[in-house]
Design a protein around this ligand. Structure first.
Ligand SMILES: [Zn+2]
Length: 113
């Protein structure tokens, strides 16, 4: 389960930030997850809970902002949401599509006490 290593990475980053700001407890973490980032949100929440259990991070809220997959069409320069992994422009049918969002996996905000 690769969500486990993602959660572990995340927690290292959070711990670093907490050390820098001399914080004791973690209130919440906000993440942006693209629908094409290959992360299953439920699975990530589960792993995060497991890893933080009985640590100073236990009980922190994990807030997940899901970013839809969006494409830019090089044919007609339109932007649109890509559904069902159909990499084809809905306006002009071009397959020259650039993915502009939906691959995110970022920590946006960490709230500490
Ligand atoms: Zn197009």
């Amino acid at each position: 389960m690769h969500e486990m290593s993602i959660a572990q990475n995340m927690i290292e980053i959070i711990r670093d930030e907490m050390r820098k700001s001399d914080s004791k407890t973690l209130k919440s973490v906000r993440l942006r997850i693209g629908t094409m980032s290959a992360v299953v949100p439920d699975s990530l929440s589960f792993c995060f809970g497991l890893i933080t259990k009985e640590t100073e991070l236990e009980g922190a809220e994990l807030i997940l902002d899901i970013i839809p997959l969006r494409g830019f069409c090089n044919g007609c320069t339109g932007e649109f949401e890509i559904e069902d992994y159909a990499f084809e422009c809905p306006s002009c049918g071009s397959a020259r599509i650039k993915v502009i969002s939906g691959r995110e996996l970022d920590i946006v905000e960490i709230e500490v006490n």
